[in-house]
Design a protein around this ligand. Structure first.
Ligand code: 7TS
Length: 419
């Protein structure tokens, strides 16, 4: 690939050296079925830079010990490395206090934690929970479980044909009965960036709290939880160049303090007797058991890597990739893009007349091109568009315009074979 193509995507004033960035990601050097890998499945999980992989190896080679419990050198060093990530995350999302940063397994656990603790404590019969029609299953199912248990009502913000939230209906759905609004910041299936600030302000005006599913936004958008004024925000490290098995639930300390515990066990307690257990302070109250220590340690270099590149430059590059890919795909006969919101990030979802998405996925893989096909864990959204699923290409900072050319070319050939 020429240097020109590598750098062009960000424009003159926003130059990232994409070739240099690509060299930081070992997996991008591999071949798949005789072709250089073209990885366009970043919404599922991002690839990891060497700094993250090295941190994992370094941790197990030099530091491995359980955290918070030991007084020996390894335990102290492991604890320091593990806790250092909390400060970096606090600053990354601009939380007011490090105690508001709860370590989880990922976004799914964060969303479940809020539903099962805050939800179980606060929801009563007839209360209402508002989610949207573009939620990932992980922001639907926990609310269904809790609403059923509490006889509360689950309300859904409808989606327009362009793939945006119908904000007019949202305002109609909001009422004094609304206790919590839980919505996705950026849709994994459409790429839509939702107006979460407006949602938060409107919900607060009715006395409801707001949980933001930040699984897809935290890599692509600037996140400032104090400016947003969200009550909870969940994210996954593995979608942000970090390891799997590590995630964050941000919560306002005033809410986290009064919430019941989630999992019981070691670490989350202050004192245990058979008569009564008292719980640890934040954030440990919500962190039962031995955590994914190495993965949290290696999450820090991932965030540092993002900070070094700069969110603004990452976004500019990804936006350029998305518009280029959108134009290219639109040229292809029979293609219908699903999700044409005014504000989008990094996701291009589409269907093709008379062709099953999965067949396209298989033929693209034969050319070393990785995309996701299917319902993307958003089945109600697929039903809204009357489709079984889409083909989804999702972009990251290490992707290039040349890769999009390869993808578009392979797509055309695949369609020809299948028709
Ligand atoms: N919310 C959104 C918007 C997501 O995209 C995902 C994962 C989750 C929640 C769950 O995150 P996890 O890290 O706990 O699994 N989305 C996808 C996807 O689009 N393809 O694979 C996983």
């Amino acid at each position: 690939m020429s240097n020109e193509t590598m750098i062009a995507a960000t424009g003159e004033n926003q130059v990232l050296d994409i070739e240099k960035i690509r060299n930081d990601f070992p997996v991008l050097q591999r071949m798949v079925k005789g072709h250089p890998l073209v990885y366009l499945d970043n919404a599922a999980t991002s690839q990891k830079p060497a700094a993250v992989i090295d941190a994992l190896v370094h941790y197990y080679t030099h530091l491995n010990a359980n955290v918070h419990r030991g007084i020996h050198t390894l335990a102290e060093e492991a604890t320091a490395a593990f806790e250092a990530t909390r400060d970096v995350v606090r600053s990354f999302i601009n939380a007011a206090q490090r105690e508001e940063i709860i370590y989880t397994k990922g976004t799914t656990e964060g969303l479940n934690l809020v539903a099962y603790t805050w939800g179980r404590k606060h929801l009563r019969e007839g209360d209402e929970v508002i989610i949207s029609g573009m939620e990932h299953h992980s922001n639907i199912v926990p609310w269904q479980v809790v609403c059923e248990e509490k006889n509360a009502v689950l309300k859904v913000i409808p989606i327009t044909d362009k793939g945006e939230l119908d904000m007019e209906v949202f305002h109609q759905l909001l009422s004094e009965r609304t206790k919590i609004v839980s919505v996705v910041h950026v849709s994994n299936a459409l790429g839509t960036i939702n107006p979460v600030k407006a949602i938060i302000d409107a919900a607060h005006a009715k006395g409801a709290v707001v949980l933001i599913d930040g699984a897809q936004s935290s890599m692509h958008l600037d996140i400032d939880v104090q400016d947003l004024d969200c009550d909870f925000f969940a994210l996954s490290a593995h979608k942000m160049l970090g390891p799997t098995g590590a995630g964050i639930l941000y919560g306002k300390s005033s809410l986290l303090e009064e919430m019941p515990v989630f999992l019981g066990g070691g670490e989350m307690i202050k004192e245990v007797t058979f008569e009564k257990t008292t719980y640890n302070e934040l954030p440990y109250k919500f962190e039962a058991g031995t955590p994914n220590i190495a993965d949290f340690v290696a999450f820090k270099p991932a965030i540092e890597y993002i900070n070094k590149l700069g969110k603004e430059k990452i976004r500019a590059h990804e936006d350029a990739l998305l518009s280029y890919a959108t134009e290219k795909i639109k040229e292809t006969e029979g293609v219908k893009i699903i999700g044409e919101a005014e504000q989008k990030a990094s996701v291009l979802s589409f269907v093709i007349d008379g062709v099953h998405p999965q067949d396209i996925g298989i033929l693209l893989d034969n050319k070393g091109i990785a995309v996701r096909t299917g319902h993307h864990c958003a089945e109600p959204l697929m039903s809204r568009f009357c489709i079984p699923g889409t083909i989804r290409a999702s972009f990251a900072v290490y992707n290039t315009l040349a890769e999009i050319d390869l993808f578009a070319e392979a797509l055309k050939k695949a369609i020809k074979i299948l028709r």
